[in-house]
Design a protein around this ligand. Structure first.
Ligand code: SAH
Length: 188
């Protein structure tokens, strides 16, 4: 079976993340990715995880505590403010867009802020670092976010970044899609 977008996102992260790295979970949600990242960077590395909902930060906190993880910093703030909290030389940033499963569906990521956050992340990223975005577009605002996001990443400088878009083309239920942005080696 071909891997779905979520699995693909993890493969693209795993390929490059090393113990000791600084990485970012831009949408902590229930904390699955935060935990995944914390294990990859090990105790010598650091994970910064953002969410605007207390509920999400608490769920993430609980998940990390249960796993004995101490190298994650949870930030109750929008990812568009990433540069205020995260140092330079980040290896990877992951976004899982949309709404928190099981919570208020009206609280979703928004294209303007998502794009602002990606712009900030592009500057924090190490050469050969990656931004991995899982796009959920089954809901109305998700369709708008998808369109604006694809337009934005399509316009990124070819000299500085490689941009990949992965989508299943013959499925009727709007399965999540993936975008990966890799900063080129020679780029600053
Ligand atoms: N759709 C995914 C989960 C997405 S969770 C799935 O089904 O598995 C998305 C998270 O992003 C939510 O917890 C939400 O609170 C958070 N979020 C929304 N806007 C945000 C922002 N500006 N900054 C950080 N997190 C945000």
């Amino acid at each position: 079976m071909l891997q779905n977008a979520l699995h693909q996102s993890k493969s693209y992260l795993k390929e490059i993340i090393q113990p000791g790295d600084v990485v970012v979970d831009a949408t902590a949600g229930n904390g699955h990715d935060t935990l995944f990242l914390a294990k990859l960077v090990s105790e010598s590395g650091r994970v910064f995880a953002f969410d605007i909902q207390t509920e999400a930060i608490q769920a993430t906190q609980a998940r990390l505590q249960q796993a004995g993880i101490t190298n994650a910093e949870l930030v109750l703030a929008g990812h568009e403010r990433m540069a205020e909290f995260v140092p330079q030389n980040v290896r990877a940033v992951v976004f899982n867009l949309g709404y928190l499963p099981g919570a208020d569906h009206s609280v979703t990521t928004e294209s303007t802020k998502t794009i602002q956050a990606i712009e900030a992340a592009l500057e924090l990223l190490l050469p050969e670092g990656r931004i991995v975005v899982v796009i959920y577009h089954g809901h109305e605002s998700g369709k708008i976010e998808r369109a604006q996001l694809l337009e934005f990443v399509s316009g990124l400088s070819q000299d500085r970044f490689q941009v990949l878009h992965s989508a299943f083309l013959n499925q009727q239920n709007s399965p999540p899609e993936l975008v990966v942005i890799e900063k080129k080696k020679s780029s600053s």
